[in-house]
Design a protein around this ligand. Structure first.
Ligand code: TYD
Length: 139
């Protein structure tokens, strides 16, 4: 769907284990400004419930499984992340919710900008209105 795609990372495997490098611009399409990780999420918890005006992110379940709902006024998808070599790119103006975090799951997020509360859209009605204009303009 628009502004959302799966990203595949190369795994470097040898007899000592596995390693995945993520470097801009080789494996990442934006220069990295911030990372954060979400873990210790209890059963039944759903997080996110927002979009961003400009921020680009790549989400990777480096351990365990996490489901991600990505949604625009025109499209909607649920992606299960369960493989450290797969990421989910989420660009601007996509509503996201994260849920079904498995026990011991760790969701790593790579972000294109520093934390900026003014880039968030947390009200779904405001999001929908803005996103309709955003995606119509880019058809
Ligand atoms: P929030 O964006 O609500 O988390 P989620 O998207 O998982 O629902 O962030 C939770 C709190 O953490 C909120 O008070 C803002 C703060 N925060 C930072 O200080 N820096 C960050 O990079 C992020 C993502 C959040």
């Amino acid at each position: 769907m628009r502004n959302v795609r799966e990203v595949k990372f190369n795994v470097i495997t040898d007899n000592r284990g596995k390693m995945i490098p993520v470097e801009y611009p080789k494996q990442l399409e934006f220069p990295l400004k911030r990372i954060y990780y979400i873990y210790d999420v209890g059963e039944g918890i759903r997080r996110g419930f927002h979009s961003h005006n400009d921020l680009e992110q790549v989400l990777i379940a480096v351990n365990g499984t996490v489901k991600i709902l990505v949604k625009t006024p025109y499209e909607e998808e649920i992606v299960e992340l369960n493989d450290p070599s797969k990421g989910l790119y989420i660009g601007p103006m996509v509503w996201r919710e994260m849920f079904d975090f498995s026990e011991n799951s760790v969701l790593l997020v790579l972000a294109s900008h520093e934390y900026d509360e003014s880039d968030y859209i947390r009200d779904y009605n405001i999001y929908e209105h803005k996103a309709k204009t955003y995606f119509r303009r880019r058809k």
